[in-house]
Design a protein around this ligand. Structure first.
Ligand code: GLN
Length: 249
């Protein structure tokens, strides 16, 4: 069995140990006997919607975001088609912002987003930095927590009726005001959480892998659980740090 992962712009959007998220996907598929075919998608590469099962885009500062935004906008329709056809997608921080409708920087200049996620982002004065804890329920009745670290000046606002990734227990989240964090459409998830994200939240890695496998096989797939003792400790440490920081909502 094989999964094809497409990593968008690894040479530009790569801060906050984003490679760690890919390493987790690689290990968790290998442990289950699934081959992960890792491919990069750079500037001017064409996205063929049938090619990849899972897309990943990481974080970057405004300068790197401006460098890739026009190219990403051109890839937008193919990426949206891929998600509509069942592909999974994880977008972190700067990449998350560019999957929305637009990103307006401090000077008022606007970068186009691809409109995959129903949100937009406007840069604010103060950076929102620190440990974050969320409550999520990506599958009805299956409540989980997500722990990570955020560092962003952009404030992201969800469109009316849009589904967040989770509710903030501690930290700022999308904008420090409405208690939402991230955004989700079908198998696509955008979030400010990094640190990196997947090593301390393996359930989210498995959720993405299962969605990607289901796309490939054309049927719903349930993954064998793994022994996640180390991952559980990392999650506990990170959650505790976020709780000490205190809730804001
Ligand atoms: N433009 C981003 C910001 O809001 C960059 C976010 C990031 O990836 N650090 O700060």
């Amino acid at each position: 069995m094989k999964l094809v992962v497409g990593h968008l712009y690894p040479e530009y959007l790569n801060i906050y140990a984003d490679r760690g998220n890919i390493a987790v996907l690689e290990r968790r598929t290998a442990w289950r006997g699934i081959e992960l075919d890792y491919r990069t998608i750079g500037l001017r590469d064409t996205v063929r919607p049938a090619e990849h099962d899972l897309y990943y885009v990481g974080g970057g500062q405004d300068r790197e975001q401006a460098l890739v935004a026009p190219d990403l906008a051109a890839k937008g329709p193919a990426l949206i088609e891929a998600v509509e056809a069942g592909a999974a997608f994880l977008a972190v921080c700067g990449g998350y912002q560019l999957l929305g409708n637009f990103y307006r920087d401090r000077s008022g200049a606007e970068l186009p987003g691809i409109g995959l996620l129903p949100q937009h982002t406007v840069a604010g004065e103060r950076r929102m930095i620190g440990d974050v804890l969320l409550e999520c329920e990506l599958e009805p009745g299956d409540a989980r927590t997500l722990a990570g670290f955020e560092n962003h000046a952009g404030r992201t606002y969800l469109d009316e009726g849009a589904e967040p990734l989770g509710r903030v227990v501690s930290g700022f989240g999308n904008n420090g005001q409405d208690g939402f964090e991230g955004c989700r459409v079908a198998g696509a998830v955008g979030t400010y959480l990094h640190g990196p994200l997947l090593p301390r939240n393996p359930w989210l890695a498995d959720w993405l892998i299962a969605r990607a496998l289901s796309r490939r096989l054309g049927e719903t797939v349930a993954l064998e659980p793994l022994t996640d003792d180390l991952e559980a400790s990392a999650h506990a440490v990170s959650s505790e740090r976020a709780r000490r920081r205190g809730g804001r909502f």
